[in-house]
Unconditional design. Structure first.
Length: 482
């Protein structure tokens, strides 16, 4: 019994001696566990850091890993490469895409390469040695403005203005329209854009709605009128017109007076849309052939105040015209001419002026009109109106203008105009005759006008005194007209 008791006591004592060793072992085990845990966390952080630089999917040596902010310029699906414009140095770089390349949008959502658009600003993670892209992300650092229409471009200073905000742009600015690479010269203020950039610099422009031109053919009857292209363009119609229009479908209207024409047009970017307006025409003009026979020869003919060469038959539109025939030494004829048929002959017989103060104009009694026959020899045989060439009623006395500052000299004194010979002389606008002439003297300030065919008309201002003497004038010859 005592042996058992001793043995139990010794056993209990031995157990107490082992407890410190067990406690130390447990503490050591805990310490090792903590160290391993910290090491694992550090290792994880290091891996995460390396993934952030390399893109994470491809196995890339950290020393060769690179990241750039760039503009996507080309996707070559055949070779599996992309061309990027590096915004750091303005140089193009060609990188390779693989099945392991991680392509994501700005929110880290996975997308396919086909969902990328040229001109997109991207962050590219790649290996310098192999040029393999590990990650390609639509940049969340770049900004963009959509639907930009209020813009301007200073191509000398490389300044791009959106509304009132100015941005710089580099010489390497990337501009695309439907995967077509453009230059700043290809842009027009009518274009609608998506503008992308970083900080205060624009790197990419995508033309979402470009421009074309609209030209017209066979539209002479509309010249001087107005053209409407949709609600965007209202312009006068001129010859050889070419209009820059934003791409799209339009209703085109041309009008001039009562003539109107409507067409539909599809304006395609960088192309010319030709619109033929030939189906819209004014009714054909009716014209008559008019032959003038004026005696004596050498008279000038004016139709609606426009000098005409009547040595040949004239073609005039149907209607009424004011005509005038004038020759120095003859009373000027003025009248109306109405064209209502296909042909007509007009005979005008000018009456010789007298030196006693004839009227300067004759009336329609000195004109006859004849319908032209197919045989010109018969043109003078018939007359539509009687011709009275008598000058008795035309030789009326001069009437004094009450507004003029003059008084007739009671004594029988005259004004003599002796040169230039052959010129028609007008005194205060009244025809007095062909030089040399004389007429009663009138005192005061007056105007003497000399007219001669083929020469420049000249007017002189004269002061005539009440001195009881005749007044004589010899003016220099008239200059020949060019």
């Amino acid at each position: 019994m005592d042996d058992k008791i001793i043995s139990y006591k010794e056993h209990k004592k031995n157990k107490k001696d082992l407890f410190p060793f067990l406690l130390f072992g447990a503490f050591f085990l805990i310490l090792v566990t903590v160290i391993l845990s910290v090491t694992a966390q550090n290792s994880s952080k290091k891996v995460s850091s390396d993934k952030a630089l390399t893109g994470g999917e491809e196995s890339i040596d950290k020393e060769d890993a690179a990241k750039i902010l760039a503009v996507l310029k080309e996707i070559d699906t055949g070779s599996g490469t992309i061309t990027l414009l590096d915004t750091d140095n303005g140089q193009d770089i060609i990188l390779t895409l693989t099945g392991g390349t991680n392509v994501v949008d700005k929110y880290e959502k996975v997308i396919s390469v086909s969902q990328l658009t040229l001109g997109e600003m991207v962050d590219a993670y790649y290996d310098r040695s192999s040029s393999v892209v590990s990650k390609l992300q639509i940049s969340n650092k770049a900004w963009e403005y959509k639907g930009v229409s209020n813009w301007g471009m200073d191509k000398v200073k490389n300044i791009f203005t959106i509304a009132e905000t100015k941005y710089k742009y580099p010489a390497e600015l990337v501009i695309f329209k439907q995967n077509r690479l453009l230059t700043p010269k290809d842009l027009d203020p009518k274009d609608e854009l998506v503008v992308k950039g970083y900080d205060k610099e624009i790197w990419s422009i995508q033309v979402t709605r470009g421009h074309g031109t609209v030209t017209f053919e066979d539209y002479d009857d509309f010249i001087g009128g107005t053209v409407y292209i949709g609600n965007s363009e209202i312009l006068p119609v001129v010859s050889d017109m070419s209009i820059v229009v934003k791409e799209g479908s339009y209703e085109v209207t041309m009008e001039k007076g009562t003539l109107k024409g409507f067409k539909k047009a599809e304006v395609i970017p960088f192309q010319d849309t030709v619109i033929n307006m030939g189906e819209f025409k004014l009714p054909p003009k009716q014209m008559g052939k008019v032959k003038f026979n004026i005696t004596p020869e050498g008279a000038d003919l004016y139709i609606n105040d426009e000098l005409k060469d009547y040595s040949k038959t004239l073609e005039l539109d149907y209607g009424e015209y004011a005509i005038k025939a004038a020759l120095g030494g003859y009373i000027t004829y003025s009248g109306k001419l109405e064209i209502t048929g296909p042909s007509k002959t007009v005979l005008i017989d000018l009456v010789e002026a007298q030196n006693t103060g004839d009227n300067t104009e004759s009336d329609d009694r000195n004109i006859s009109e004849q319908p032209a026959s197919t045989d010109d020899k018969n043109n003078s045989s018939t007359s539509e109106a009687d011709s009275d060439n008598s000058t008795d009623e035309n030789n009326t006395e001069d009437e004094k203008d009450p507004d003029k500052n003059y008084n007739e000299v009671k004594a029988a004194k005259n004004i003599y105009i002796q040169e230039p010979g052959g010129a028609s002389a007008y005194f205060d606008g009244q025809f007095k005759g062909t030089v040399p002439i004389s007429f009663p003297k009138v005192t005061g300030t007056h105007y003497i006008t000399l007219i001669q065919s083929g020469h420049r008309t000249k007017t002189y201002t004269v002061e005539i005194e009440d001195d009881g003497e005749d007044v004589r004038y010899s003016f220099s010859g008239l200059d020949k007209s060019e």
